[in-house]
Design a protein around this ligand. Sequence first.
Ligand code: NDP
Length: 327
Amino acid sequence: MFNALLLDKQDDRTVASIQAIDESRLVDGDVLVRIDYSTLNYKDALAITGKAPVVRSFPMVPGIDFAGIVEESTHAGYRPGDAVVLNGWGAGETHWGGLAQKARVAGDHLIPLPTGITTRQAMAVGTAGYTAMLCVQALERHGVAASDGDVLVTGANGGVGSFAVAILAKRGYRVVASTGRPEEAARLRELGAAEVIDRAALSAPGKPLQKERFAAAVDCVGSHTLANVCASLRYGGAVAACGLAQGMDLPATVAPFILRGVALLGVDSVYVPRARRVAAWASIAEDVSVDTIESVASVVSLSDAVEAAAALLRGEVAGRVIVDVNR
Ligand code: NDP
């Protein structure tokens, strides 16, 4: 038996409870992992509270991320005792995810934990930090360099945003952090932001072309914010768009694309090919200091994860929430 946070549907409502589950209910997968830690991403919060249809079938163990130790494996790449991490691949959406003491998954979806990172630190990073790295790598593949000028991060106090600020600053970029929580400005400066701006300046409908201010951007917010980001990128600039915290819409014009050669780079973290996953985690291990990782994270128990998910959706959480599934 193992403990898990289980989501079920009752009268069209999502109900979450901690349950003791028999291991025989774990199906589909050639690797059994004993989970040390999981985490709460925005998507997990939506799943746990039932605020969006993230979960595809019930009952479901949520949790799009986990890190732990291989207990059993018939996969050629993994042996008992290996430390592994998983991000996405439908965990917590189409099959049981990380908010549990055990998970059985396809070994092809795991990657070995990079040297120098503990399972706890891996979950402080989680899909949020991993997505931030994918965004930075997308910008750099496009040719963006630190010498090009200011890089904007929107939703800077969130999980993805916090890591994007830290990663960009470590790589020598001058980072402008946009936030709706000015009271967290000192934290953003500690992470490496050179300037902190009020997100209100970006969140209302704006002109199709605005002052050419930023060389590049990481956008966690979507909607009018992303439209304004595109409109204020310099000639040839690029934005890595990964989020929809303000909305899924994109009320923009093509002007920035056809008149300034601006590039809109979409970033998905769920089905990224393995080589890019491994490269992203290798860069996280290299570029993100343990101090930074520790400073952005707080830890909750499995039973506290439900309340923490609601707080995350209320915008009350700064940084990352690690879930100790054995507590
Ligand atoms: P968080 O909830 O931790 O952070 C979101 C941040 O967005 C908030 O902290 C806030 O930042 C800002 N925000 C919230 N509401 C609004 C609003 N109405 N208008 C403007 N800004 C707002 O989430 P994550 O960092 O985990 O994820 C960020 C986004 O990226 C989410 O939309 C998530 O779904 C998406 N995502 C996508 C992935 C992918 O694969 N493409 C992977 C991971 C996340 P502040 O307080 O600084 O204003």
